[in-house]
Design a protein around this ligand. Structure first.
Ligand code: NDP
Ligand code: MG
Length: 395
């Protein structure tokens, strides 16, 4: 029997809730004599979903909770303090939560906001269950170096990278990585109509239930662009050896091709609890009740090349990868601002890649693409790009 301790950064989000579901089921299994792993929660964190955080804390009894926006902090104090749960507020408290001793940490905050606390967990050598791809996109080299120096193991939660992690045998024999992409809700929408799509249409992903920001990224294929960068960092693979393949059913989660012409793929239903539980149980698998794949019922799996005109984000991500250094940080920051503006109905959907392209061009022209040696340089590049994007949007 083993008891594993875990903290969840971003417990109120889509990945956070799926992680709690895996914990609940695994602990129930344990009580019923199935499996020999039980999880105890050290810290849960949220940005502003205070009611949801309170309910999670009452149910899962962590040692600590963090709420970044303390507007409703008094409710946390009155309901959770009597349970002996430590309560902290503000973004500095995320660092405190990440520093608390635990075997593993689920990094599931959305955006560059997840970077600081996740690096903090890497500094203490925890297993990092990495959903927050922004750590690798914005600060890949700094993050990986910190993890390596402190013996922190990075376990990729993102379904494509998790698939590759599962089928990667001998890295020296790999020819290519093939990231699959569903193509999102606008795969077959007439390009002319893409100028008028609403946030609600963009977040209605055909296969996956996710947070709003990543759902918009899936619709523009910027998510796949960010995943190209993530894969290149994680698996030390150059840009030209990572392909993207549209696969609308989201059954094959990604593939690795080898020098003898063999392709290895990982398949499963589109359920994030599968990659989450793989990381939580690693190097073993947990028993979970995800819907099983029925290929006889599905019958057809389709594949085709991505349309780069419809989805310019892919080309932008590849450009940023070739430029290296701060280029991917800048790409991510400009995209975060633009997506937020789109979600607030202040920017048309097709303007998202246009504005990201402008900011990347500007960075190249101004000599802002530089090597990033530490976290403060990463934050500087991120701030520069956000400020420039706002400036551009206000014109
Ligand atoms: P959600 O938007 O559903 O959840 C985000 C979580 O982060 C919430 O707990 C939210 O708190 C918290 N949060 C948001 N902003 C801040 C902030 N500034 N400071 C601290 N906490 C914050 O996102 P997802 O779960 O969909 O995604 C999380 C990460 O995982 C992203 O990086 C995404 O790219 C990645 N990912 C997600 C997948 C998915 O299926 N959802 C698949 C693969 C990767 P609150 O609820 O209070 O707002
Ligand atoms: Mg993914």
């Amino acid at each position: 029997m083993s008891i594993k301790t875990i903290s969840i950064l971003g417990s109120t989000g889509s990945i956070g809730c799926s992680t709690l579901d895996v914990i609940e089921k695994t602990n129930n299994n344990f009580s019923n004599g199935i499996g020999d792993v039980k999880f105890e929660i050290v810290a849960l964190t949220a940005n502003r979903a205070h009611r949801q955080l309170i309910e999670q804390a009452k149910k899962f009894k962590p040692k600590m909770v963090v709420l970044v926006e303390k507007e409703h902090g008094d409710e946390l104090i009155s309901e959770l303090k009597p349970l002996g749960i430590k309560i902290s507020f503000g973004s500095d408290a995320l660092i405190e939560a990440a520093q608390m001793q635990s075997d593993m940490i689920m990094a599931a905050i959305v955006g560059a906001a997840g970077l600081g606390p996740t690096i903090e967990a890497a500094k203490r050598g925890a297993n990092i269950l990495l959903a927050n791809k922004e750590c690798l996109v914005c600060a890949g080299e700094v993050f990986l170096k910190t993890a390596k120096q402190n013996g922190a193991k990075i376990l990729p939660v993102d379904s494509e990278h998790n698939a590759i992690f599962q089928v990667l045998q001998n890295p020296n024999e790999v020819e290519k990585l093939i990231l699959t992409a569903s193509g999102g809700p606008f795969l077959n929408t007439n390009i002319d109509n893409l100028y008028n799509v609403t946030p609600e249409q963009a977040v209605a992903h055909p296969n996956w239930q996710m947070g709003r920001k990543i759902s918009v990224d899936c619709a523009s294929l910027m998510n796949k662009g960010l995943e190209l960068i993530e894969a290149s960092m994680l698996f030390e693979m150059p840009e030209d050896r990572i392909d993207v393949l549209i696969h609308p059913q989201s059954i094959i989660h990604s593939m690795v091709s080898y020098k003898d012409g063999s392709f290895l793929a990982q398949l499963g239903t589109p359920d994030m609890r599968i990659p989450i539980s793989y990381c939580m149980g690693w190097p073993n698998r947990l028993q979970i009740d995800s819907p099983r794949l029925n290929l006889a019922q599905i019958r057809n799996l389709e594949f085709h090349a991505p349309d780069n005109n419809r989805f310019p984000a892919l080309g932008l991500a590849r450009l940023a990868m070739r430029l290296g250094g701060s280029a991917t940080t800048i790409l991510n920051a400009a995209n975060e601002v633009a997506v937020n503006e789109f979600l607030n109905c202040k920017l048309p959907f097709m303007q998202i890649p246009t504005i990201v392209c402008k900011i990347l061009d500007m960075a190249q022209g101004n000599g802002n693409i530089v090597a990033l040696n530490d976290l403060s340089e990463v934050f500087n590049a991120d701030e520069w790009a956000r400020a420039k994007t706002f400036e551009e949007l206000s014109k």
